[in-house]
Design a protein around this ligand. Sequence first.
Ligand code: PLP
Length: 418
Amino acid sequence: MNTDIFTDYESNVRRYGLSFPTVFTKALGATVWDEAGKPFIDFLVGSGALNYGHNNPTIMAPAIEYLAGENILLSLDMYTAAKRDFIEAFVDFILKPRGLSYKIQFPGPTGTNANEAALALARKYTGRSSVMAFTNAYHGMSLGSLAVSGSASTRELGGVARHDVIRVPYDGYANQAFDSASYIDCVLGDPGSGIEKPAAIILETIQAEGGMNTASAAWLIEIQRICRKHDVVLIVDDIQAGSGRTGDFFSFEFAKIEPDIVCLSKSLSGSGNPFSIVLIRPDMDIWKPGEHSGTFRGNNLAFVTAGAMCKMWSERQFTADVERTAAKLQRHLDHLVAKFPKCIEQKRGRGLMTGLKCRSQAIVGRVHDVAFENGLLLESSGPNRDVIKVLPPITITDDELDHGIAILSQALQEQDND
Ligand code: PLP
């Protein structure tokens, strides 16, 4: 496989290309093929941006029709028919059935664009500057998002000071007995704590990049109660955990909370097309026209595919299939945990947002390499990169899932024998 052009010309910053040294050409569902025609099961899915699989026909058919029809592709934040259809689908198939009411902001297309907009709005709304963020959080690569992220190497990027962030322990961070919600409640209520009242608390319900750390419903409910008590905006960064990944459309549905602001991106377009939105509690929508802007806020092809994705959530068969696949995946992982105690410490995550915390980074590295050799794409996460992320498409077929898990099992077996 000729990869010389990448070595010669692409920046050293590339990572996935180095860990999967082949050249990919085609993709359908949970399978991608390289130039030599070798198939790989995809448990990486664009780091959570392809929850509905590659080229999902239900999502791509309207996109192909749209592209063939000389329809508008980029529209800034002008009104277009595609945008109108998306808003209708999002309200009718996602918000209303869940009893949720939000205004929708269209920021730039990436996840970090959504987080920057959410943080800016919370600061504007409250008139406060600091934000509370959690250990092991990951929110993106622009300065505001870097500042609220946990990892030292991430925060140090850019070489400029990033103030105004109060770091607090995530659910279960120090140990299961430490009640981080009570701690936050205490410091916010104590004028002697030395911690000023923040504009917002920003959190992920499952910290994917941070190691698949999973917040409990009780903790999320408590954080919402604390935010309301102290008049602090609750922002849920649902960029990786949302758009169906946990088996529900929003990752916080299981806790029955209603965040003030929700950020969505990654799988929101259903197709891998860049697209993000910020959901805003209606009374908090105090933006002035044009106050927050960006060129690529009108990706109409993404509106079309996202609308098709939203409609899928109105189909009983689809939601039943996702639920069944999530249960099957959890059973598979329980089996791996029981079979390979020398390699695996614990299963993490919820629904189809799962990970295997391994006993060392070296094990994860070797499992990754053997799996790739045998036709499975995997990614690692966590501050010590000792967690295998298992993110199959939520629409994966039983055969593809079983096949991917069999390759993973074989790779773990080889480490277990060592
Ligand atoms: N927030 C979370 C929870 C993420 O997982 C990511 C990306 O992995 C981001 C934000 C940043 O998204 P993007 O890379 O599209 O800027």
